[in-house]
Design a protein. Sequence first.
Length: 135
Amino acid sequence: MHAKRQERIIKPQPAHLKSNKTSPNQKTCNSRVKSACPILGKCLTKSLVYNAEITPTDTHEFMNYIGVTAGTFKERFNNHTKSLNNLACSNETELSKYAWNLKRQNRQYNIRWSIVNCVPACYEVQQGKNTEKKN
Ligand SMILES: [Zn+2]
């Protein structure tokens, strides 16, 4: 068998197909795949109270983490992802502490994100660290 080499011809793209970055609609999600959106297509929602329910896969116990952000959910989510994947940031939030505790025991977990409430933009003073401590 002799495999024929195929030449690939790359055609120049017509100009009108190149970019449509400026969408007239207010986007609520910038996830590439909508089904991969952490919060049901609403990840660009701003100024909100959100909840993360973290459940180890081997039990029914779970922990709820409530957070507030003045930015978009996505920005906050990306920070959480960083602290959940980065040992150096593992003490950043109660959520990451909890998750890392599970990881140290080789336990898997799921996190379900949801929006609890949208808050007015004047709430922005609350932005930043969630200092609420659990006893
Ligand atoms: Zn999204």
